[in-house]
Write a protein that binds this ligand. Structure first.
Ligand code: F6P
Length: 192
C-alpha cells in the first residue's frame, strides 16, 4: 500500500526565538535533524520509490537537502501567512494587537491575520495539493506546522474546530497509510 509521510522542517532560527512565520534557516539542532533524516526515511520507505515535496521556504529545502529522491517545491505548501504579525512572538502580538490575539483565541480556525490568512484560507489553498496527493504513490512532505495540521486533519477526517490544535511535533516523521476508511498511522521520532 502507498504511504504519505509528513515532517515539519527541522527546528529553525525563528523557532528558537519564538517568532512566527519568516524565512529563516535551520538552527544547529534543526541541521542535525536534516542530517539524520535520510536514514530515518530510508528505514521507513525501504526501496520503494518516493517523491519529496517541500514549500518554497528555505527551512524546508534545507531539511530536504540530503534526501536522495526527486523533489518538488510547492508555493501552496508555504506556512500560513501571518500578515502584519509575521516575524513577531506571540507576546508581541498580544501586546500590539490585543483584540486580534483574543479573537484568534476565540475562533482559531476562522481568524484571519491582518493582511494574512486564516486556517480556513489555508485549507482552500491546499485543495490542489490534496488532489495531487490522492493521485500519487509514496510522497514525503517536508512542511510547516499549520500546513501539516490541515493535511493531517484531511486524511484523518478531523473536525475544523480541532484542526488548529493538532500536535505536529518537530523532528518527527508521521506515516499515514490510507485505507478504505481512514488511515493507519505510525510515528518515527528522532532524539534530537
Ligand atoms: O511557530 C511556528 C509556526 O509554524 C509559525 O510560523 C506559524 O504561524 C505557527 O507555527 C502556526 O501555529 P499556530 O496556528 O498555533 O500559531
Amino acid at each position: 500500500p502507498r504511504n504519505i509521510f509528513f515532517s515539519r522542517h527541522g527546528e529553525s532560527q525563528y523557532n528558537v526565538e519564538g517568532k512566527i512565520g519568516g524565512d529563516s534557516y535551520l538552527s544547529p539542532q534543526g541541521e542535525k535533524y536534516a542530517e539524520a533524516l535520510p536514514k530515518l526515511v530510508q528505514d521507513a520507505v525501504g526501496d520503494a520509490p518516493l517523491t519529496v515535496w517541500t514549500s518554497t521556504l528555505k527551512r524546508t529545502a534545507q531539511t530536504a537537502a540530503g534526501l536522495p529522491y526527486p523533489k518538488l517545491a510547492w508555493k501552496s505548501l508555504d506556512e500560513l501567512d501571518a500578515g502584519v504579525c509575521d516575524a513577531m512572538t506571540y507576546e508581541e502580538i498580544e501586546k500590539y494587537y490585543p483584540e486580534d490575539y483574543a479573537s484568534r483565541d476565540e475562533d482559531k480556525f476562522n481568524y484571519r491575520y491582518r493582511g494574512g490568512e486564516s486556517y480556513r484560507d489555508v485549507v482552500v489553498r491546499l485543495e490542489p495539493v490534496i488532489m495531487e496527493l490522492e493521485r500519487q504513490e509514496n510522497i514525503l512532505i517536508i512542511g510547516h506546522q499549520a500546513i501539516l495540521r490541515c493535511l493531517y486533519a484531511y486524511f484523518h477526517g478531523l473536525a475544523q474546530e480541532d484542526l488548529p490544535y493538532i500536535k505536529i511535533p518537530l523532528h518527527t516523521v508521521i506515516q499515514l497509510t490510507p485505507k478504505a476508511y481512514g488511515c493507519d498511522e505510525k510515528r518515527f521520532q528522532l532524539p534530537i
